[in-house]
Design a protein around this ligand. Structure first.
Ligand code: FAD
Length: 495
């Protein structure tokens, strides 16, 4: 990663957390001049925050050839959970049919290590303090008084996003009703490990990596104030629940989170876009926030790259909101449902028991595991074959040069036309510099998570984010339209 004084870039990203880093990587792969402005002076994260990666996130990392870096540092689990009810996903047809336990304080440095080898400029210890946009670009103001000129500015600056507020984008949703204290501390008395539920709700104490420290999450008696909590607050809350504070001391992180649930009304305001927590906040139940932020970035990156390179019109960016807003809206709903089910009164417990019983049945288990893992995402690209708008499975296909996994063809974040019919049958000469054509054979089953077996297509057009943009039936019908919609009209001028 380069640390330099900056003046002008095609894209400036405010915030280098998981979403900003992933977006920068995607833009750099596409050859776009991109810079991150990040408040923190290093990638170190105080506190562990997110606990893991869901299957679809691991797949998108695999599409870039970097999944192993994360897999080698985490632990796999065969189930995701909804309101602490395990939902097995080991029967899903994916190479990554599990949840990967990997803390955010490990995830971020690994991702930063990837973009360190890409041409991404990063300015650390610096805040974006404001911006002004006009028809041709955005002037971005930095805390040291510098100004950057960018064609586009993306706010990946977290839930309190300055970019969202300065762009005047509404953030409707639901105020907090409950708050939780969260802390990483050392203990001197062996704590009561695991979950405990009482009249306040559920509390949890877990061992941290070195064994001498514990991570604690405590439901608060009343909605906590906006100010940061102290060690005294955590001690008092522990005594309230467990009758002792376990001699906690030496905290490395004390914070509070709530069930505030909000989503940006628009993900784009002309030349300013939002992604990740800047666009959606919700309680961390089900561990989905980081995951959908990274996937926002992978949806936006190639589209923004094409617009910047003028191979596609700016209207392509509207498909980013159209596709990703509903995904986060659904996450907001499932987190609100999970928080509601955690209420400790007898009536809510009775409802929770029924939900648990339903989720032990196969169909509900598959549906919800598909939703939480992100494997069931379906972008509405119109009627047609079930693959349309869904993730391309990572099949083992055979090409003239030997067997390959489909995902390896996406490593460079370029679209792929996978022709499974007669080699050379599909001709897309005007797009030859934008879309790779791969002639291949595949005789195995076509299986999708949740849906099951689907009819074998004759060809598929795969976008750089791994979603299917067109399905062939043995003819070229609709192919030119799909290529034009997603990868631009080749007769347009480009730089
Ligand atoms: C207790 C807890 C547990 C969680 N558990 C999970 C989980 O298990 N799974 C999961 O998927 N998610 C989980 N999350 C959510 C996850 O942490 C977030 O969704 C994720 O960090 C969002 O990434 P982001 O890059 O969008 O935003 P952030 O991580 O908030 O990053 C924003 C970045 O922008 C920088 N920044 C902010 N303002 C400016 C500015 N003006 N100028 C420059 N830089 C700026 C910040 O320093 C930061 O680095 C949890 C969150 C919490 C609090």
């Amino acid at each position: 990663m380069l640390t330099v004084a900056m003046t002008g870039h095609a894209v400036v990203i405010a915030g280098g957390g998981p979403t900003g880093l992933m977006l920068a990587g995607e833009l750099a792969l596409a050859g776009v001049d991109v810079a991150i402005v990040e408040r923190r002076s290093s990638q170190d994260l105080i506190g562990s925050r997110a606990g893991g990666l869901h299957a679809r996130t691991i797949e998108v990392l695999d599409q870039r050839g970097i999944a192993d870096r994360f897999l080698s540092r985490g632990q796999t689990h065969p189930a995701v959970s909804f309101n602490r009810i395990p939902l097995d996903l080991s029967d899903f047809p994916t190479r990554h049919n599990y949840l990967l336990a990997l803390r955010q304080n490990h995830f971020e440095p690994i991702l930063a290590g990837w973009i360190a080898n890409l041409p991404v400029r990063i300015s650390r210890g610096q805040d974006v303090t404001g911006f002004a946009q006009d028809d041709s670009g955005v002037d971005v103001e930095l805390s040291d008084g510098q100004r950057l000129r960018a064609e586009y500015l993306v706010g990946c600056d977290g839930g309190r996003s300055l970019i969202r507020k300065a762009a005047g984008i509404q953030f409707p949703g639901w105020d907090a009703t409950t708050s939780w204290l969260i802390a990483d501390v050392e203990w001197s008395e062996e704590p009561a490990w695991g979950f405990r539920t009482d009249a306040l709700g559920t509390h949890a104490i877990g061992k941290l990596e070195d064994g001498r420290r514990m991570g604690v999450v405590l439901t608060e008696k009343e909605l906590g104030p906006a100010s940061e909590p102290t060690l005294r607050d955590v001690r008092d809350a522990l005594i309230g629940v467990y009758g002792t504070d376990f001699g906690i001391h030496n905290p490395t992180w004390i914070s509070r989170f709530t069930d505030m649930t909000r989503q940006a009304a628009a993900y784009r305001e002309r030349r300013v876009l939002l992604a990740g927590d800047a666009a959606h906040v919700h309680p961390p139940v089900g561990g989905q926030g980081l995951n959908i932020g990274v996937q926002d970035a992978v949806n936006l990156g190639w589209k923004l790259a094409q617009v910047v390179k003028q191979t596609s019109p700016a209207s392509l960016l509207d498909t980013y909101h159209a596709e990703r807003h509903p995904v986060a809206a659904r996450v907001l709903q499932n987190t609100m449902a999970q928080v509601a089910l955690r209420r400790p009164d007898d009536r809510t417990k009775a409802m929770g028991d029924y939900v648990a019983e339903l989720l032990r049945m196969d169909e509900p288990r598959r549906r919800l595991a598909g939703e939480l893992s992100g494997l069931d995402i379906h972008y509405d690209l119109g009627a047609g074959h079930p693959l349309l708008g869904r993730r391309m499975p990572d099949l083992d296909v055979v090409t003239a040069s030997g067997p390959v996994r489909v995902f390896t063809r996406l490593h460079r974040a370029r679209p792929v036309l996978l022709n499974l019919g007669k080699p050379g049958d599909l001709t897309i000469a005007p797009w030859a510099d934008r879309v790779q054509v791969v002639d291949a054979a595949y005789t195995g089953p076509w299986e999708l998570p949740v849906l099951g077996t689907v009819p074998a297509p004759a060809a598929v057009l795969i976008r750089p984010d791994g979603y299917v943009a067109w399905v062939g039936d043995g003819t070229q019908e609709g192919l030119v339209e799909a290529l034009t919609t997603w990868f631009g009209d080749p007769s347009r001028l480009r730089r």
